[in-house]
Design a protein around this ligand. Sequence first.
Ligand SMILES: [Zn+2]
Length: 66
Amino acid sequence: MEQVKQVQVTCPSCGQPTYITVEPADIGEDFIEDCANCCSPIHIQVTELDDGEWSVQVDGDDEQLY
Ligand SMILES: [Zn+2]
């Protein structure tokens, strides 16, 4: 069941969809990905749900507005 998924998330800074790659090792972790559109850091948290689906939550990592 070790697999890598591409997950579409919405950048909290620019509102554009961007794709991130999530690995099983990322479950329970949080990390930063740079948005492909605006290069802002996106704070990503990955959790595994009871049914085995992965839940990806995003937050803006900083409070600056551009
Ligand atoms: Zn962005």
